[in-house]
Design a protein around this ligand. Structure first.
Ligand code: DER
Length: 234
């Protein structure tokens, strides 16, 4: 269908235009359905054996192995040359909301360790302001014992927090790859000049592990459009 085609187009374009094996050896592989095509494209490279791929969670690890790529860990490779990952929403300054797939902690860690961070997304995500299309809230990873305390603090901050349910797959909340809960907190539309302060306030709450607000981290975004074109931002 058109969305799948758009995801494949932007992912292939991002790899073809940015991955340079003469200077990139350690590459980050994100999580979600768009980055599936990034791993597929990298897996088609004739000299892919020169690469070591760093996962951002269980699904990402499976993608690396399924495409015959060398799997590394962020413990072995804390300096990553280039990272490709998806996004739930992207604003006009390439800030983004991530965490729709509950992998935001390792995604942010890998992005933080990367010299280059490239986003790949279909055009539904490219709305220009965070909270416009992605209305389920900012994903926040929290230690399970702190979720009620943090929910209260988020409400005081003006948010509407919900612990991400595991249903119908699981009774009780989603448990992340790190054994934590996800709170999705709706703050409505968030102007780009408010993002850093909001992120810092949330991260300062005891029991918060990380937020899905990726502020000034990405330098380029490849947007796949339903008309078959790719828009490059940044
Ligand atoms: O969870 C994430 O941040 C993922 O990157 C994900 O939300 C992107 O989603 P998609 O590529 O499946 O649209």
């Amino acid at each position: 269908n058109l969305v799948k085609k758009a995801k494949k187009l932007c992912a292939y374009a991002a790899v073809d235009s940015n991955l340079d094996l003469s200077k990139h050896r350690i590459i980050g592989i994100g999580s979600g359905s768009t980055v599936v095509y990034v791993a597929e494209r990298v897996g088609q490279l004739p000299n892919k054996d020169r690469l070591v791929c760093i996962p951002t969670g269980f699904q990402s690890k499976q993608l690396i192995l399924a495409n015959g790529l060398n799997l590394g860990s962020i413990e072995e490779y804390p300096e990553i040359d280039i990272d490709f990952d998806g996004a739930d929403e992207i604003d006009s300054e390439l800030n983004c909301i991530k965490g729709g797939g509950a992998c935001l902690l390792l995604e942010k860690l890998v992005a933080d360790c990367s010299k280059q961070f490239i986003l790949v997304a279909d055009d539904r995500k490219n709305t220009g302001i965070l909270g416009k299309h992605w209305t389920q809230g900012v994903p926040i990873e929290v230690v399970p014992s702190a979720y009620t305390k943090i929910s209260r603090q988020l409400t005081v901050l003006g948010g509407k927090p919900t612990v991400r349910p595991g249903a119908p797959a699981k009774a009780g909340p989603v448990i992340t790859d790190n054994g934590n809960f996800i709170i999705d907190c709706d703050f409505g539309e968030i102007p780009s000049n408010k993002l850093q302060a909001l992120n810092d306030k949330i991260v300062a709450m005891v029991g918060v592990v990380e937020t899905g607000l990726f502020v000034h981290m990405a330098e380029k975004a490849y947007i796949g459009n339903s008309d078959g074109t790719v828009t490059i931002v940044g």
